[in-house]
Design a protein around this ligand. Structure first.
Ligand code: MD3
Ligand code: FE
Length: 226
């Protein structure tokens, strides 16, 4: 909830077009937020959060795991989607129906009906964790949108342009906010500013953390030899 006045002002809960194809749905997941977090518990028991390493050798400050038929991973060998969690060798936990249905409803509200994501990347930020400007381009097919759900501590999202050098806009994302990124917004550069410490250092939902669910439709590439 933003604050008492804006929560009471229905205009503040209306979708906000951030750019062509990019729509912020304030509080769209608020009613389900507690259920989503509870559903994360068994997922993160089966596939614990971990700090992955980039191809350049940097350990990410964001801790990650996945659910769904495909999970995004990075290591010294590159970025890719896998069927199995490389840490356990087992398939990523299935995407719960409550996760999938939220993403499909949000995509419809953002102008992209029929979204059927097969991947949900689960990002956990603690204060100071950040994500530098990047494009999401490991999915193979860019016709599907991406849906992101923010839970817990607020973050400043950096929404850039089609060139890395385009100066990003700063957009505050709060618990329950959902953003749909499709069409010409799909390939924009984006990131997350270092997470600020919470005023109370504790969010009732997630403790001292922000959780972001990033839903995508990803093509799994078959490993091959050259
Ligand atoms: C805008 N995560 O995992 S989600 C990522 O808040 C990632 O954890 C951020 O960027 C986070 O790759 C942002 C929102 C998001 C995802 C994909 C986008 C915004 C996007 C693709 C194009 C434009
Ligand atoms: Fe991204």
């Amino acid at each position: 909830m933003r604050d008492l006045f804006s929560a009471l002002d229905p205009d503040q809960r209306n979708p906000e077009i951030l750019a062509d194809g990019a729509t912020l749905l304030p509080g769209f997941a608020e009613a389900e937020a507690a259920e989503l977090v509870a559903t994360l518990v068994p997922i993160t028991k089966a596939a614990p959060f971990r700090h992955m390493v980039t191809p350049g050798g940097h350990t990410m400050s964001v801790a990650m795991t996945n659910c769904g038929g495909a999970g995004w991973v990075t290591d010294r060998g590159g970025y890719r989607y896998t069927i199995c969690d490389p840490d356990s060798g087992r398939p990523w936990p299935a995407m719960p129906a409550v996760f999938h249905s939220l993403a499909t409803r949000a995509a419809t509200a953002g102008g992209f009906p029929g979204f059927d994501p097969n991947s949900c990347l689960i990002n956990r930020y603690i204060p100071k964790a950040r994500m530098s400007l990047h494009q999401d381009k490991d999915e193979g097919d860019f016709s599907a949108p991406i849906v992101s759900v923010s839970l817990g501590l607020p973050a400043t999202f950096l929404f850039g342009g089609l060139k890395r050098s385009d100066r990003p806009r700063r957009i505050r994302l709060e618990s329950g906010d959902v953003v749909v990124w499709g069409g010409s917004a799909r390939m924009t550069y984006h990131g997350v500013a270092p997470l600020a410490a919470a005023v109370s250092d504790n969010d009732p939902l997630t403790g001292n953390a922000r959780i972001n669910l990033t839903y995508r439709t990803a093509a799994l590439t078959v490993a091959h030899r050259d």
